[in-house]
Write a protein that binds this ligand. Structure first.
Ligand code: SP5
Ligand code: ZN
Length: 341
């Protein structure tokens, strides 16, 4: 059996739209149906032990995120309703902070543009509660592994790896995997491997100057793909954290064999680090038919990735990140998780 943590709180985080490049309004791709597809698939196997997360309160979240940023998330919706904006269906700023001489304005939209990096981290009434529950799913999985489980899965929604110390972006508000990794880091060295299609810029931000959590992200080259400003190979960490961050940017069209070759390089770094625990940011948007992706990993390829990560033999916390081909999400997650049970 594998312990899996899931909360229904995500359902009320369902923004009516997001804005793509070119100003195109599209239905929110990071939608509640993603969880239903995964839950349905998990119900068909005999090894999924699904339960509600525990409530860990705000302390483990404040341990990786800026307090004022979390306060912003907590009150943004109520403040938004009190504004005179014409369309209040979702809070989206249209002006973003240049963080060169950071000034923090008082207005809601000023703070929204300060704390949000793009047009896909849309805030609605249920967002904050969903984000807290999502972090609790990752923390519950971390605690299960700390208590001796070989692996556990945080079925987190919203995802987290684009959320930095003090910003939201890319559908992410609280960095679930980082909260879990930081919580585990008090019990031993942690490695965090991010296989989401997009660079885990938020995770990179949170651990960049630390040497007690090795962070590795394999993703589409930011030279052409979101998040555009982080994820290049030369970003290796800073200060005592230098050498404890690694990016593996991949070209568009990367297929199973080439992906697995890169994965081996990442796994070798983890072996050398000899961590006590592993956290995996498991985005399924590397899948060949993902609507946001350009990487061509097959369903079998995803299972093989799971197999090779599992072969490290480390107690592993698996955290859900992206993946937007809802039809394929169930089988891809089952194939991946099945290697850890
Ligand atoms: C967690 C996660 O996977 N977040 C990804 C957020 C990506 N948002 C940027 C969307 C860029 C839109 N590009 C449109 C390409 C459609 N073919
Ligand atoms: Zn992604």
């Amino acid at each position: 059996m594998m312990k899996i943590f899931y909360s229904e709180a995500h359902r009320k985080h369902y923004p009516p739209f997001e804005v793509f490049d070119g100003g195109l309004r599209v239905p929110y791709l990071e939608n509640p149906d993603r969880m239903d597809r995964i839950l349905n698939a998990l119900r068909d196997v005999n090894w999924a032990d699904i339960s509600e997360p525990m409530d860990y309160g705000l302390d483990p979240i404040y341990a990786v995120h800026d307090r004022e940023y979390i306060d912003f998330l907590a009150s943004a919706w109520t403040e938004w309703l009190a504004t005179t904006s014409k369309d209040k269906s979702t809070l989206i700023p249209a002006t973003f902070a240049l963080r060169r001489q950071p000034q923090k304005p008082k207005s809601l939209l000023g703070r929204a543009g300060y704390y949000i990096m793009d047009l896909s981290a849309c805030i609605v009434e249920g967002t904050y509660r969903a984000a807290l529950a999502s972090a609790n799913c990752a923390l519950s999985a971390a605690e299960a592994v700390a208590n001796g489980e070989r692996s556990a899965f945080g079925l987190c929604r919203p995802p987290g790896h684009h959320a930095g110390k003090d910003y939201a972006g890319g559908y992410c508000f609280i960095n679930n995997a980082s909260v879990a990794a930081n919580w585990l880091s008090t019990k031993g060295k942690v490695a965090l491997l991010d296989i989401d299609y997009h660079c885990g810029n938020g995770t990179q931000d949170i651990f960049y100057s630390r040497d007690d959590v090795l962070t590795i992200s394999i993703h589409a080259d930011p030279d052409f793909e979101y998040p555009h400003y982080a994820g290049f190979a030369q970003e290796r960490g800073s200060g005592r954290g230098f050498g404890f961050h690694h990016n593996f940017p991949l070209p568009a069209g990367t297929e199973d064999m080439a992906y697995l070759k890169t994965l081996e390089d990442a796994l070798e770094l983890i072996r050398k680090y000899t961590p006590k625990y592993l956290v995996v940011s498991a985005g399924m948007d590397i899948y060949a038919d993902d609507p946001l992706g350009t990487i061509k990993v097959t369903t079998n390829g995803i299972a093989e990735i799971g197999k090779r990560i599992a072969a490290l033999g480390l107690p592993t916390v698996i955290v859900m990140e992206g993946g937007y081909n809802n039809d394929a999400l169930g089988r891809n997650i089952i194939g991946f998780l099945g290697e850890f049970k």
